[in-house]
Design a protein around this ligand. Structure first.
Ligand SMILES: [Zn+2]
Length: 211
C-alpha cells in the first residue's frame, strides 16, 4: 500500500464536485454543494469493518442509493457512490495500472442502459490516475441474480461466468463491484484476470449480509 499525494478531504471535495449529486443520493432532498446525502440519510450511513475492501455496510442511505442506481436507473448516483468510495480509499488504495468493473451480461446491459459498477469505478480510476477498462472482463453467460441464492449456489452461479480479454501478465488491477455479499462474483472475476497473470485488488461500495 502506497499513500497517495491527494488527501482524503481534497479527493472527497473534488470528486463530489466532478461527480456532482443533484440532491441527496438516497432521497433527492436538497443538499449543500459537494455533499452526497442529506443530514437524516447521512446519519444512516454505516462504515464497514474492512474499509479497504468495502468502505460501507449495505443498509440505510447506502442501500437506498444502490437500489436507486440499479433498479430506478438513476445513473448519476453511481458517480456519487464512486466518489464516496474514492474518498474513503484514498489513504489506503494500492497502486494499480488499470481499474476494471464487474461486467454485466450484454442483455442485462441493454436492459439497464449502463453498468452500475462501471459508473462507481469511474471516480476511483480518476482518483488513482489509472485508466478505466470497461471491456477488460466479459460475462460469458447471463447468470441468475445472486440475491436469493445461498453461499454455495452463489459460487456455482458465477463460476466460470467471466473471461478476461487482452494481455494481463503483471498488470495491477483494481476490480470494482457495487455490493459484495459472499464475494463469489468478485472471486470469479478475479480468477479470470489472475489466470492471465494479473494482480487483482477487489473493492465494492458496500458489504451486505447474505440472506
Ligand atoms: Zn436523503
Amino acid at each position: 500500500m502506497v499513500p497517495l499525494t491527494r488527501t482524503a478531504a481534497a479527493v472527497a471535495d473534488i470528486a463530489l464536485t466532478v461527480f456532482a449529486p443533484r440532491g441527496c443520493a438516497a432521497c433527492d432532498a436538497p443538499v449543500r454543494p459537494r455533499v452526497a446525502f442529506c443530514p437524516p440519510c447521512a446519519r444512516s450511513v454505516v462504515r464497514g469493518d474492512d474499509r479497504s475492501r468495502a468502505p460501507f455496510s449495505f443498509g440505510g442511505a447506502i442501500a437506498r442509493a444502490v437500489r436507486r442506481l440499479k433498479y430506478d436507473k438513476r445513473s448519476e448516483v453511481g458517480g456519487v457512490l464512486g466518489a464516496l468510495v474514492a474518498s474513503e480509499l484514498v489513504a489506503v488504495a494500492p497502486r494499480v495500472d488499470v481499474v476494471v468493473p464487474v461486467p454485466l451480461h450484454p442483455r442485462r446491459l441493454a436492459e439497464r442502459g449502463f453498468n452500475q459498477s462501471a459508473l462507481v469505478a469511474r471516480p476511483l480510476a480518476w482518483m488513482l490516475g489509472a485508466p478505466l477498462k470497461t471491456a477488460g472482463l466479459v460475462r460469458l453467460r447471463d447468470t441468475l441474480p445472486q440475491a436469493g441464492l445461498g453461499r454455495v449456489e452463489r459460487g456455482a452461479n458465477v463460476a466460470g461466468a467471466f473471461a478476461a480479454t487482452g494481455a494481463w501478465q503483471g498488470v495491477r488491477v483494481l476490480l470494482v463491484d457495487d455490493v459484495v455479499t459472499t464475494g463469489a462474483t468478485l472471486a470469479a472475476c478475479a480468477a479470470a484476470l489472475e489466470e492471465r497473470g494479473a494482480n487483482v485488488t477487489r473493492i465494492a461500495v458496500a458489504r451486505a449480509e447474505p440472506g
